[in-house]
Write a protein of this length. Sequence first.
Length: 394
Amino acid sequence: MKKLLIGATFLTAIVGLNLTAGALERQAQNTLVEAPRFEVDPMWPKPMPNGWLLAETIGVGIDARDHVWIVHRSDKLSADEAGAAQNPPTASCCRPAPPVLEFDTDGTLLRSWGGPGQGYDWPISNHGIFVDHKGIVWIGGNGGSNGGKGDGQILKFTQDGKFVAQYGSAQQTQQAASNDTTHFGRVAKIFVDPRANEAYVADGYLNKRVAVIDADTGAFKRYWGAYGNKPDDTNMGAYDPDAPLIQQFRSPVHCADLSVDNLVYVCDRPNNRIQVFTREGKFVKEQQIAKRTGGDGSIWDVAFSKDPQQKYLFVADGKNERIYVLVRETLEVLTNFGDGGRQPGQFFAVHSIVTDSKGNIYTTETYEGRRLQKFVYKGIGKVPRTQGVVWPGK
């Protein structure tokens, strides 16, 4: 009887500890913090014409008029989805939208273009879009081998889709070459600095580096790997959350964006870390987020808040399906919003993120997510650390 009483007391204590731990975790998630607040706009963008559909929506950018530009992989729709585009048509709907689309602030589609043409190599798998200070549209590509070639190039176009320049070339081999200054290795994203007229290239899916080029000529100026090291293309094996962080990037290096105070924020996606550098590639600091995330990793893209100091950093996590809000100076995570799903405000593989001049956030989703969403900035206020879906009036 005494043993039974002791056992029951011990079991009660364990249950009590587990309940306490769960209560503390819920309390931490519900603790209010001061941070930027957002609401999803479920009516944005407006429906597209011509029965057009988006496929894997793989990049988003903002121009000087706050117009939203996206690029998607129009060839990724199935025959069932694009019945009207089959030969012969199998249905009256639907068709792939052109790869590059421009929306105005109301969500109306303004322009569309893109695809193979004369004088350039359209990517096997386009990836990332940026509109620079001169109004030029930049596009990368992360496609692998196709008849012995892969995406080793960056493309530039006018906003009407007229070809401007190609830097790099479709590679003849598919071997990483992170110390090569003649072509790229499956570029994930480009960011152009208007002050120095330099393009920061997240290079990327084959190479493992940040490369900086002259924005007018494409000439290589400098490049670096993790911690500012010389890039090393040795296969480091699978990510292990319990092992020390490796001294090189893993593929893909998914973003390299420059802040107003000349710091470069790099998405080392499979290592679940943001690394921060000077413009010259000197390592400054790093932060892991959701470090036990496997597979695609947690750090997919970043964007800055639109206050003059860019106080906040927004991080898209397409594996855990949320947006993190960080204090940029310390890289402390204040809060997150979003959840997995297909309704407005939810995500499936949230891939790219950008902010407009009013502080609104735009996101795109790849894989089967296949859409563009807008999150309206509602000012600074008290929010839970874990917000879930930021539905209007919630």
